[in-house]
Ligand binder design. Sequence first.
Ligand SMILES: Cc1cc2nc3c(=O)[nH]c(=O)nc-3n(C[C@H](O)[C@H](O)[C@H](O)COP(=O)(O)O)c2cc1C
Length: 189
Amino acid sequence: MTYVRETIVTTKNIDNSIKSSPLGIYIDNKVLKIKPFKPSTSLDNIIRNNSGVINYIDDVRLFASAITKKNIVIGYENAKKIDCSRIKNCISHTEFVVKKVENDQKRPTIICEPVHEEIHKMYYGFNRAKSAVIELCILASRLGIIDDKKIDDEIKYLKISIDKTAGENEIEAWEWLMDYINKYRDKNK
Ligand SMILES: Cc1cc2nc3c(=O)[nH]c(=O)nc-3n(C[C@H](O)[C@H](O)[C@H](O)COP(=O)(O)O)c2cc1C
């Protein structure tokens, strides 16, 4: 069984700016693995720099903005042990170097060796609306691949958690994603 943490990975671009991308961290017998589909700027950055940062966050707007290509301002702080940055308001982060790359035409596996970890703020536990936003991100990234009826049925179910448990950030992220889905559908009628 492989457990997956949904995180934001930060990497350094060629021009020294920071790239933030939602990427799953696969935990395989305590080993951290990243599996980016090609092409991926994060993959290129990780390979070129031999390092990156895994950010554990509770603001789901960062996931939603990446999927909807919405420009939001993300604050960064320098990483401690590698030449990169972490997300300023992350709960905690792991800095890693690349231990090994298992190459693949479509989806290589990067085996990460943690070199530094830090906790920055309180983690206040699970929230159903945050999980619903993450699920909606996945649906929004599969428009035209998954059947529309299945997407609508899932949205109806996920909306229950939004209505019952969301805060402002979750509502904002949900709205960005719904707007993105509706615009996609209008264009592809
Ligand atoms: C919750 C979540 C998890 C994701 N996990 C992965 C992943 O494990 N691998 C991947 O290639 N893309 C994943 N994605 C999609 C990437 O964030 C997206 O394809 C991104 O553009 C990666 O390309 P980049 O490195 O060029 O930014 C995920 C998206 C979300 C919302």
